[in-house]
Design a protein around this ligand. Sequence first.
Ligand code: SF4
Length: 333
Amino acid sequence: MHDRRYNDYATALEQTYGEKVYRIGVDGGFSCPNRNADGSGGCSYCDETGSVAVYHRVSEQNKGFCFDPHSTNPRRLPEDTEESLSKRKEHLLWQIDRAKMFLDRRYDTGGRSIYFQAFTSTYGRIEILKQLYDVALSTGSYREFIVSTRSDCLQLEKINLIASYKGQVDALWVELGLQSGNDTTLHTIARNETVNDFLEACTLAHRSGIHVCAHIILGLPGESFDEIDKTAEVLVKAGVEAVKIHNLHIVAGSRLFEEFKAGLLTAPSMERHLAYTIHVLRRLPFSMIIERFTSDTPKHRLAAPRDFGDKHGFVRCLNLEMERLDVRQGDLL
Ligand code: SF4
């Protein structure tokens, strides 16, 4: 029997590496194949910032190692010119430098990992990707190299490129947005990829020794416990090593926001997300690392849910509720 009720990320990293490990999240200046050239379209829950982490937006969090992708935005330059590439490399170095200063000030020990976080970080020509990854990994010694992308943008040549960094880090990861294990839902939210795309990408990654962290959203339109069961089944079938759980956020500027304003949908409350989270955890093997439990959208862009509380509060409630129910990750498998 495990002491912990779920396989939390911080503990999993410490058990693997014998030290705490902190991510350096970078925005490589990528765009997204699921958006039109003018930025329109895309998944219905995503606004034009393309899931860029909060800490990459100077205008929203003016501290630490942020940079503003919209000020000297390399995404708006023609991708394949020498000029744009060199700007992207400069941005990468700048971000990593700032992140290191921030982490060194805050935690004097611990390992570091490089995480290409924003938009679709394998979307581009292979020579460009290689140069950007090379630059990032040349800046130090890293535990993990993590690339966030879409399943339909992870062809064999890109897998091979990521796998080529095997000797430089302890582990290679891709983060893939599954969001839901139900094709009907994926169609509704305009993911423009299928569950099968996800399964195939996982198979390719695993064949090359690359771990997979899947992103899922609980509470998507038309989904409840039965659909969450299906999502859990897909995660188990894919054999992913880790999961990031998100509660449905309705973000100003997204297409879901329009539906929300028209009264066509709601976002799950904290209590509802707690029930969904426990439901899915009980259906995932304990070996699967749970990297996060909630979404992270700045309050001023978040239309709903407004009274959810912060992620630490949610984790406290989750621990108490799992204790009260006496349940564990994977206990229904
Ligand atoms: S794939 Fe990612 S960046 Fe692109 S529209 Fe969907 S959520 Fe946004």
